[in-house]
Ligand binder design. Structure first.
Ligand code: FE2
Ligand code: FE2
Length: 474
């Protein structure tokens, strides 16, 4: 069994020549498959799906496409090619050679970072496991499964690091990654957003737009790491992550387009009229944006963080795109952070930059999130409507950091707790919104057909038409 299996795992980490690693993975791999069957996509084990599989790390041609049954997907282990003479790019050890082994004094922190990242990967598969039952088209069903198998591969990537570099502790952590489950009251996933249910496709598109993008910024920060195997792993994961955000962005674009079609078809933009025509009105989309954006902001951690400062100082986790800065030690600069002043307003505090790294990363993320918002607003403006989507204030509905639990409206203005409660359903999806969106979720699996609440995709996958039979249900 072992021999077939190792040759079946595409990898560039010399798996065939590493018996110790093979033994560790041989123990974990059947548990992974058991987890996939129990916690992965519901009812989809026998489907044949047109999937991308990573088979190399070249810029060109790193992936193969073909029909695959998901339990037989070849979850590979890939690290980006090493950069010759790579040096640590930030912190106290700036300019020193990167580490190929884990420095003893950083072992616990590094393991924590890898486990926290690793935990999000299977979590999202669990969150999305029922979506296949209400897919709006075969094209979308395929995209869901593509994201799912690649999150599975990202789990493999983190488990590889744990097994290869952390000995017994690493093996125990790898088991735990399969034992925690999204939303489980006793053993939940580590981070809040990854315990939120994703029961409908509108939430799926917002999750892939906002939460996979958080992943992109975490991976960018870890790609700067002085621990070279982590850096190389994350650099390759970023290649795949781009597609997950494409799924989110184009999914929301199609929702907006469909709403605009219905609006233009006469009768104005009254939400009830849009809904009666089977589309999602833009104010409802805004409330879903408010929910998923605010939840995703918490994933970056507290605005002022001594942990972030120590990860930066020790060279474990940097700023995204560290190369853009001049001062890689970040010892002298300060960043102004808005804090609640306790009287309903805010006050700026200058914080040593190293303690504000989470906020540096969060601000880069917010700028990136604006790109889609601007594009959707251009569509709305071109259709002749004044409605504009927006990102709510970073103070809105926070559960982590200095604004946690402070009542502000989506513009960031303080409101009384009473007003917050009274207006909550203006700002966040209400029970009625969720019931309406859930009601739209009807499965469409005829090749080329698309559910009525979103526009058809503009292009297919690879060179195939959008109407291709991307999933054979058999
Ligand atoms: Fe991922
Ligand atoms: Fe992702």
């Amino acid at each position: 069994m072992a021999i077939d299996y190792w040759s079946a795992i595409p990898n560039n980490v010399g798996l065939a020549d590493n018996p110790a690693l093979q033994r560790a993975l041989a123990h974990w791999q059947p548990r992974f498959l058991e987890w996939w069957r129990e916690m992965g996509p519901v009812g989809a084990q026998h489907y044949e799906v047109y999937l991308r599989t990573a088979v190399a790390v070249d810029q060109q041609g790193w992936a193969q496409y073909g029909m695959v049954r998901m339990p037989e997907y070849r979850w590979g282990i890939f690290l980006a090619e090493p950069v010759p003479d790579r040096r640590i790019g930030f912190g106290d050890a700036y300019g020193e050679p990167v580490w190929q082994q884990v420095p003893g004094e950083l072992r616990a922190s590094l393991r924590r970072l890898i486990v926290t990242q690793g935990d999000t990967e299977p979590a999202s598969v669990e969150q999305q496991r029922r979506l296949g039952l209400t897919a709006p088209s075969l094209y979308d069903l395929r995209n869901l499964f593509q994201v799912n198998v690649e999150e599975g591969r990202h789990l493999w990537a983190m488990v590889y690091l744990l097994h290869a570099y952390f000995g017994r502790d690493g093996r125990e952590e790898a088991e735990e990654l399969l034992a925690r489950h999204s939303g489980d009251p006793d053993k939940p996933r580590i981070l809040g957003t990854f315990n939120e249910p994703i029961g409908d496709w509108l939430s799926f598109f917002l999750f892939t737009y906002f939460t996979d993008r958080d992943g992109r910024y975490q991976l960018k920060s870890l790609a700067e790491s002085g621990f070279d195997p982590l850096s190389r792993t994350c650099r390759f994961m970023l290649t795949e992550e781009a597609y997950h955000m494409f799924v989110g962005r184009t999914g929301i674009t199609r929702v907006v387009k469909r709403a605009l079609e219905v609006m233009r078809a006469g009768g104005g933009e009254e939400p009830d009229r849009i809904r009666a025509a089977g589309a999602i009105d833009l104010p409802t989309l805004q409330r879903y944006i408010n929910f998923w954006f605010s939840s995703s902001l918490d994933l970056f951690g507290a605005e002022i963080s001594s942990n972030a400062a120590s990860y930066f100082a020790t060279g474990l986790k940097g700023r995204p795109d560290e190369g853009q800065y001049d001062d890689h030690r970040a010892l002298d600069d300060r960043l102004t952070i808005d804090l609640p002043d306790g009287k309903g307003g805010s006050v700026g505090e200058k914080v040593p930059l190293r303690n504000a790294i989470n906020e540096v990363t969060r601000r880069a993320y917010i700028d990136d999130c604006q790109i889609g918002i601007r594009a959707w607003n251009r569509l709305i403006a071109a259709a002749g409507y004044d409605f504009r989507l927006f990102l709510p204030s970073p103070r809105f509905r926070r559960a982590v950091g200095v604004w946690a639990g402070v009542a502000v409206d989506p513009q960031g203005r303080p409101v009384s707790p009473g007003e917050w409660a009274a207006r909550r359903d203006e700002w966040l999806p209400s029970a009625g919104d969720r019931a309406f969106v859930d009601g739209l979720m009807q499965r469409v699996v005829e090749p080329g057909k698309v559910a009525g609440w979103l526009a058809p995709p503009e292009i297919g996958i690879g060179n195939l038409p959008a109407s291709y039979e991307y999933v054979r249900l058999n």
